[in-house]
Structure formats: C-alpha cells, structure tokens
Design a protein around this ligand. Structure first.
Ligand code: FPP
Length: 235
C-alpha cells in the first residue's frame, strides 16, 4: 500500500530520563539520537516525506531552562546534520512560526534550508513553535489577501512549509498518550494513527518495521468504498 508521508510525535523524553535517574535535558539529548536513527531508517526505506514534532506553540510554557535546552539542541542538530543531509539528498524544512524564535536559531534554520534545498530523496520537516490551530488561523487571515489560492497552499505558506507535501499517511506517537496535541490537524485528516507505549529515546528500526507492518494491514477508504468492493458492485 502507498506510504509517502510519516509524521511522528516524539513523546516521552522526560519520563525516559526520570526512569533512569537522569535530567530532562539528558532525555532530550537521547531524543536527538533517536531522531537521527529514525531519519536514517525512513531514508533507507525510501519514504519521501517525514515530519516530526520538535517544539509546539504550547511548549513555551515549560521552564525557561528546558526551553533553552531544546533550542540549543535544535541549533546544534542543524549545525551538525546539515552536511550529511546535503550528501544524502535530504532536504530540511522547519515548519511553524519564526517570529518568536531567537535570531541565531532563525539564521541556522535558513542556512540549513538553503544548503539542503536541492535534496530530493527525503523531505525532512521538523516542527518548531508549531501549532496546527495557529497555522490554520494565520492561513485564514492570509486568505483575505490572497483570495484565489487553494486553502492548502495558504496552510503551507502560513507554516513555512515546502509546497506540495502530501497529506500524512501514517502518524506515529510514542510515550503512551493517544492524542494529536495540535499537530498537523489539516494534514492528518485521513492519517492512520499508530500509538506506542515505548518512550521516544528507545524508538528504533524495529518500531518502524512494526508500524509499517501494521500500516500495511489497514484498509484505507478516504470516506469512499474499498476499490475491490466498488468493482464487485459495478460489475
Ligand atoms: C516530548 O517529550 C518531547 C519534546 C517536547 C521535544 C521533542 C524533542 C526532541 C526529540 C529532541 C529535539 C529535536 C530537535 C530537532 C530539536 P516530553 O519532554 O514531553 O516527555 P514527557 O512527556 O515524558 O515529559
């Protein structure tokens, strides 16, 4: 079955750290390692789109020290991963708002996006200061100025997304919670939702394989009827 776009809510860094007697920051550092593994696996499997939730519009409510750690890790990630992304043909795109990010972070985002712009094997989007309702509201405001655009294009524009990204096919969430937490509400309209109890830092290739096996058994109808069912009825 067709699978073009995987989205991931990487939940559970804090609980993982607490269970090992580590700090939350150490949990986020382990989360970055899990992210690198996940990008590699999805790249190896030739899946062309991956979107992950790194920092939500509501994550600003966390203690300042944790917010700083996450921003620092993100900057570090961009600085260290961009070259290898260029070599592999991975295009980086950071979605979300940019107006509340520190100038050095914005600069790093722009540099990575420019450096990797020619990448065609995998579009890797990560969401920073992202909230789907925030995006939809800003797209609605844009629609007054740019009335003729399809709404999808306004969503892309409002979230700084590369144009033409297909809807999410498979949405994975670690950490045991079963909710979307304001992530890609528009793009997840017909996504298959896969929840794991494991914490994000433990996520690995085996989990991707299990999620893909599960996905391959779904019957996706998109509000219509299964193709073979239509064929039988119309024969
Ligand atoms: C949720 O765990 C995770 C986050 C809020 C951040 C996700 C970030 C990473 C995996 C690393 C950062 C990645 C980049 C590219 C910057 P939590 O802290 O909510 O865990 P908890 O639910 O156990 O407290």
């Amino acid at each position: 079955m067709r699978l073009e776009h995987i989205a991931v809510i990487m939940d559970g860094n804090g609980r993982w750290a607490q269970r090992q007697g580590l700090s939350r920051s150490e949990g986020h550092v382990a989360g970055i390692e899990a992210l690198k593994r996940a990008v590699d696996v999805i790249y190896q499997k030739n899946i062309p789109y991956l979107t992950v939730y790194a920092f939500s519009t509501d994550n600003w409510k966390r203690p300042q020290a944790e917010v700083s750690t996450l921003m620092h890790l993100m900057k570090n990630y961009l600085q260290h991963e961009t070259d290898s992304c260029v070599q592999k043909g991975v295009r980086i795109n950071v979605i979300g708002r940019r107006d509340r990010l520190a100038p050095d972070i914005r600069h790093e985002i722009e540099k990575s996006e420019q450096a990797t712009a020619a990448g065609h094997r995998l579009l890797f989007r990560f969401a920073v200061d992202y909230g789907a309702r925030d995006v939809i509201e800003r797209a609605a405001k844009l629609s007054k100025r740019l009335a003729c655009k399809p709404f999808r294009a306004l969503i892309e524009r409002a979230s700084h997304s590369v144009a033409g990204v297909p809807d999410v096919d498979l949405m994975i969430r670690t950490g045991g919670e079963k909710r979307l937490s304001d992530f890609l509400l528009w793009e997840n309209a017909y996504a298959e939702l896969y929840f794991l109890d494991g914490m994000w830092p433990d996520f690995g290739a085996q989990d991707v394989d299990q999620a893909l096996d599960w996905y391959s058994q779904r019957k996706r109808r998109f509000g219509g009827l299964l193709t073979d069912h239509v064929a039988v009825n119309s024969a």
